[in-house]
Design a protein around this ligand. Structure first.
Ligand code: MN
Ligand code: MN
Length: 308
């Protein structure tokens, strides 16, 4: 039997990378040969966590069917966010906290999707249920994922369960939750090191919204000044990639992680869905989204509804 490959979504964020590592450990504790992989190198935020706890990044792969027939998915389930050859392998597990869309399998599987703020929160619970030891390293990884996904509990996706898990994990990991959390979030906001394409695509996801092909990126910043200097170049790139890839809509959500505020750049043939989703006029391909921080909860549902 081939080794189970464990991975999260394309354009990996901290939850995707760390949950793949922790889920691989969970499967190994159950006697399953498993390895975490990823579809790209970790972001600067994720690298901060990996370096802090001295853990190697998962091996980067492009496809999976060339080396295994069995895979476990974390932090996603939508096929267009997964391995490009996901149809050619057997999915044995899904551990996720997103909407379920376009997902089906031919074989039975272990599928656990909970409406919490982070995959790490679910994994922590799974370790405890099985009586598996949570090491300092695993605790640090799960903690980092929770901080990242909930923006240190300020996102509307945060739940009391995430916060309780983070407090418990911070103790095991031996870090001060607030200090470590702010440092982790800050590590992800350094735009100076990022190309325009990184800013646009490093955290972008594709969504099928009633037949429309919608791509939504998100970048974390502290203050909007620096990104505003680069808006014209980013908008140009968005237009190029929109026509190259045939997207109906391409939006970049720019989120100030300390102020919990966003604005969006948006391009596409018809921006009326975006306008009606947020009851705002798009002016010069820009729209303010005050108080919005969560793509999953505050962007995708209203936009999907607007396309209905
Ligand atoms: Mn994710
Ligand atoms: Mn997540």
């Amino acid at each position: 039997m081939s080794k189970t490959l464990v991975f999260g979504h394309q354009n990996p964020d901290t939850d995707t990378i760390t949950s793949a590592l922790v889920m691989a450990d969970f499967l190994k504790a159950q006697g399953v040969e498993a390895e975490a992989v990823a579809f790209a190198e970790p972001s600067s935020e994720t690298n901060y966590a990996l370096e802090h706890f001295q853990i190697d990044a998962p091996r980067v792969v492009e496809t999976v069917a060339n080396e295994t027939s069995r895979v476990a998915l974390v932090d996603h389930n939508e096929p267009q966010q997964s391995a490009p050859d996901i149809q050619d392998v057997t999915i044995t597990h899904v551990i996720d906290h997103h909407r379920v869309s376009g997902f089906e399998t031919t074989d039975p599987l272990y599928m656990r999707v909970e409406p919490v703020g982070c995959t790490g929160t679910i994994l922590n619970k799974m370790f405890k249920e099985q009586g598996f030891e949570v090491t300092k390293e695993s605790a640090g990884l799960m903690l980092s994922a929770i901080i990242s996904d909930t923006l240190l509990f300020k996102s509307p996706t945060n739940t009391p369960e995430d916060e309780a898990a983070a407090k418990e994990l911070a103790k095991i990991a031996g870090v001060d939750l607030k200090d470590y959390g702010l440092n982790l979030l800050r590590a992800g906001t350094n735009l100076g090191e990022k190309s325009d394409d990184d800013i646009l695509n490093a955290d972008a996801k594709n969504f099928d919204m009633h037949g429309k092909n919608v791509r939504i990126g998100q970048v974390n910043v502290i203050g909007f000044d620096e990104i505003q200097q680069r808006e014209a170049a980013i908008l140009q790139l968005m237009n190029d990639q929109l026509s190259e890839n045939g997207y109906d809509l391409f939006a970049l959500i720019i989120t100030d992680v300390l102020e919990s505020d966003s604005y969006s750049l948006v391009v596409g043939e018809d921006l009326s869905a975006f306008e009606s989703a947020f009851a705002k006029k798009v002016t010069d391909h820009k729209v303010d989204l005050p108080g919005v921080v969560s793509r999953k909860k505050q962007i995708v549902p209203p936009l999907t509804n607007a396309y209905e």
